[in-house]
Ligand binder design. Structure first.
Ligand SMILES: NC(=O)c1ccc[n+]([C@@H]2O[C@H](COP(=O)([O-])OP(=O)(O)OC[C@H]3O[C@@H](n4cnc5c(N)ncnc54)[C@H](OP(=O)(O)O)[C@@H]3O)[C@@H](O)[C@H]2O)c1
Length: 410
């Protein structure tokens, strides 16, 4: 199992305990509050103090993300009150804050922010801490994830309608990390492998997929699903700072089940064709699918080794370079180039998304789906906004020890 957890060196500095919302101020002045930890209050009316990482304009996370303190009222009807367990810092979250992501967040004043603001984050695991009288399927202590992206997960607490949530039916054997990161990356890998290629299941172990960004969350999921489903994988990563680190990364992916791991320079070298010929037994074992999250020359090189009639699915653009395709690949090999966006797919296929998540969690419980390495950023009541914004800023800096993960430690 490969799991690494590095805590960010967050300083602890005290945040004044004054409440910001009118309702919460009312509760304090009426003397109806109870002190819970020397700093925070829960009102006799059930108001909870909460914080959210919000932005009111697009820009770099370090410049625009602010911590906003507010309160959450007791749940009514089908409403559910939630407490954050963990939420990842995904590249798409940062692109959304930068304003360069196609799905735009809602800028609202519902949390009492001085300006209309959006809450960062698109996925995460939450614990149910309160339910309205008409809530049917959730009770205190249940773990839930968001049904759709775009609901804002970088917040200590939330109030949502039951219909917006997916219940994790059985928490046994699952960790906060696994649940909080299940709905985007593993689902993306799962659907791209299943939905874009008619695998010949009679040839299990004799067909291949090739992918770049292979050490990403999506890439690691694709390796493990390929291993489970009898699809061999050629995986491309970027060189690390030293040959030893590169070898260690290659080994890490092989331990997950990767059959071949090459660096980007090896992919772009003249030698790559020979490597492919050898491992695919002179092409008798076809490479039928390419997964591309990088673009540029890297993507072109993946396309060149695909068998005739195969698909390349582009789902990311980490190099910010366009995908350039030699015409011959289209004319003589009849390759098909598709794109995939899990947000749109999930909105169109909500039940299939839930089933996919269940399937992945089942593999996780069975020990067949290993943890991604993470850089944990602990979020306590005293954590300053700039500390969280810095953790978010690091998401696109490259060569990270792992994916950023906010964990709420109230
Ligand atoms: N379309 C969809 O539905 C969908 C869903 C999920 C994710 N995505 C996209 O998939 C990609 C991976 O997401 P993730 O959450 O799995 O990422 P992640 O775990 O945070 O990993 C980021 C990956 O991108 C690589 N990378 C960063 N900058 C690069 C560059 N300039 N050239 C080549 N590789 C670079 C990193 O390699 P190093 O370790 O070498 O830095 C790493 O493999 C992102 O582009 C994300 O937006 C798309």
């Amino acid at each position: 199992m490969f799991s690494r957890c590095v805590s960010s060196p967050f300083h602890t500095s005290r945040i004044p305990s004054s409440l910001t919302s009118t309702a919460a101020r009312h509760c304090r002045s009426s003397g109806l509050n109870s002190r819970v930890d020397g700093r925070r209050y829960i009102s006799a009316y059930g108001y909870i103090q909460a914080k959210a990482l919000v932005y009111s304009k697009y820009g770099e996370p370090k410049d625009v993300l602010k911590l906003h303190k507010h309160s959450v009222s007791a749940p009514n009807g089908t409403q559910v009150n939630l407490r954050l367990i963990a939420a990842p810092l995904n590249p798409a979250d940062v692109n959304q804050i930068q304003g360069v992501y196609p799905s735009k967040p809602l800028f609202e004043t519902t949390l009492g922010t001085p300006e209309p603001s959006a809450i960062g984050g698109n996925e995460g695991a939450f614990e149910v801490i309160g339910t309205g009288s008409e809530v049917k399927d959730l009770t205190k202590g249940d773990w839930v994830i968001m049904k759709r992206t775009g609901q804002g997960t970088w917040r200590t607490h939330a109030q949502m309608d039951e219909s917006q949530l997916i219940k994790i039916e059985d928490q046994t054997g699952l960790s906060p990390l696994q649940v909080s990161t299940v709905s985007v990356n593993p689902v993306t890998a799962y659907r791209m492998i299943k939905d874009f290629c008619d695998w010949d299941w009679m040839r299990a172990g004799e067909e291949w997929l090739i992918q770049n960004g292979a050490n990403s969350g999506v890439g690691r999921a694709a390796i493990q699903l390929g291993r489970e489903w009898g699809i061999k994988t050629i995986n491309v990563v970027r060189e690390r700072n030293t040959p030893e680190e590169t070898e260690a990364l290659k080994q890490e992916l092989k331990d997950l089940g990767a059959n071949v791991v090459v660096t980007e320079s090896e992919l772009l070298s003249g030698e790559f064709k020979n490597i492919v010929k050898e491992v695919t037994k002179q092409g008798k074992e076809p490479i039928r699918l390419a997964l591309n999250c990088v673009g540029g020359k890297n993507a072109t090189a993946l396309a060149k080794v695909l068998a005739p009639g195969s698909h390349m699915v582009t789902y990311g653009a980490m190099s910010k370079q366009p995908v350039a395709l030699p015409s011959g690949l289209l004319i003589f090999k009849n390759l098909v180039f598709d794109g995939f966006w899990v947000s749109r797919w999930g909105d169109k296929n909500p039940q299939l998304k839930e089933n996919t998540i269940k399937d992945i969690l089942q593999l996780t419980r069975a020990g067949k789906f290993k943890d991604i390495p993470v850089e944990e950023a602990k979020w306590s009541w005293d954590t300053e906004g700039y500390e969280l914004a810095t953790a978010a800023q690091g998401t696109l800096s490259g060569y990270r020890g792992g994916k950023g993960l906010l964990t709420f430690v109230d």
